[in-house]
Design a binder for this molecule. Structure first.
Ligand SMILES: NC(=O)c1ccc[n+]([C@@H]2O[C@H](COP(=O)([O-])OP(=O)(O)OC[C@H]3O[C@@H](n4cnc5c(N)ncnc54)[C@H](OP(=O)(O)O)[C@@H]3O)[C@@H](O)[C@H]2O)c1
Length: 324
């Protein structure tokens, strides 16, 4: 037996239950992993609420680090005791002391990367990697806008983008977050209730930015389109304020023949070669000090509900880990 968070219904954080579960031995191709640190992500709240539909009952959690406790038939290249980490789609069993997982979803952790760091960055760091190199490849000297710049993805992506030479305009909700985002590579940081479009136009000499990375969703969609230069790229990658409403493509023509993409991580690391490449580039950026991973909050796993409450009320900054 092990202990894990389970949900039997969709709803608020109160639906999270910490209880004993029997996960059994790993099947063919699987590994039993004993978690040492688990990453908290906004996507966990979308699954909990039913915004992203899943079958019930379910676990939650898509990012963690740990140690291989047992291997199933046919698993090669993974040994009991090895340190590993993952960012994985369903089944959502990250919020657990131990879980079973397909070995092909795991990456071995280099010695220089600690367990909390790994748990804090696998999903958020790989997301930053594909956003900045695949969804829209940022170029040195180009302006971009990044929402929630002091959040989990935000602190990683702002450092990485500025390391690529991009000029990053962050958007955040408080002065304290503003100061933090400025320390992490943003050249300017606007407050969410500023005249964001006006200030972006002013900073870019009227031209607008090459790309907007918008994780806020419903509340900021048109504002983000209005920040773009001609042929600019809107990367709409989250729903912190709710899902973006359907829109008419003519809105893109009116604003300068814009492009919109609505990406998801799993389409960029679903192939093993892509996962290995993304993880290698992430580990390299962190090991070389180009990207620092800030674990700013820690909660016992049993208090995952409180962690989600704090994430949803915008009270966290950087990455948060749950400790089993
Ligand atoms: N598509 C993908 O592949 C992918 C992968 C990973 C994450 N994401 C998305 O990236 C975003 C960041 O994820 P994260 O886990 O690192 O979370 P996070 O940024 O640490 O936390 C979410 C932040 O969103 C901002 N926000 C703006 N409006 C909000 C609202 N109405 N309610 C709550 N928060 C609001 C808040 O920052 P301020 O207070 O500064 O506004 C808040 O701190 C999320 O939207 C997530 O869904 C997408």
């Amino acid at each position: 037996m092990t202990r894990a968070i389970r949900i039997d219904e969709f709803g608020g954080p109160e639906v999270l239950q910490f209880r004993e579960v029997d996960i059994g031995a790993p099947g063919p191709g699987q590994v039993r992993i004993a978690h040492t640190a688990i990453g908290l992500n906004m996507i966990d709240t979308y699954f909990r609420k039913g915004l992203y539909p899943i079958g019930l009952p379910s676990g939650l959690g898509s990012e963690a680090a740990g140690v291989v406790a047992a291997t199933g038939e046919g698993v090669t290249g993974m040994e009991v005791g090895q340190r590993v980490a993952y960012a994985s789609p369903a089944p959502l069993d990250g919020y657990a002391e131990e879980r079973l997982i397909d070995a092909r979803l795991l990456v071995a952790l280099p010695d220089g990367i600690g367990d909390e760091t790994a748990a804090a960055m696998m999903l958020k760091g790989l997301t930053s990697w594909y956003l900045l190199t695949r969804s829209y490849r940022v170029e040195a000297g180009e302006w971009i806008v990044l929402y929630a710049a002091a959040g989990g993805v935000g602190l990683i992506a702002s450092q990485w983008a500025s390391g690529f030479g991009a000029r990053v305009i962050g958007v955040v909700s408080t002065e304290a977050k503003r100061a933090l985002a400025l320390e992490h590579g943003c050249e300017h940081v606007l407050l969410a209730d500023d005249d964001v479009v006006g200030k972006v136009r002013e900073l870019t000499g009227g031209e607008g930015v090459a790309a907007v990375y918008d994780s806020v969703g419903r509340d900021t969609f048109y504002q983000s389109l209005d920040c773009l230069r001609r042929h600019g790229v809107m990367v709409s990658f989250g729903n912190a304020s709710g899902a973006v409403e359907p829109f008419a493509p003519i809105e893109l023509a009116k604003r300068g023949s814009l492009y919109v993409t609505r990406p998801t991580l799993w389409d960029f690391v679903g192939e093993r070669a892509d996962l290995e490449r993304g993880a290698a580039e992430l580990f390299d950026a962190v090991s070389a000090g180009r990207v620092r991973i800030d674990v700013c909050q820690r909660y016992p796993l049993a208090e995952a509900a409180q962690a989600q409450i704090d994430l949803e009320r915008r009270a966290t900054v950087g990455s948060t880990v749950l400790l089993p």
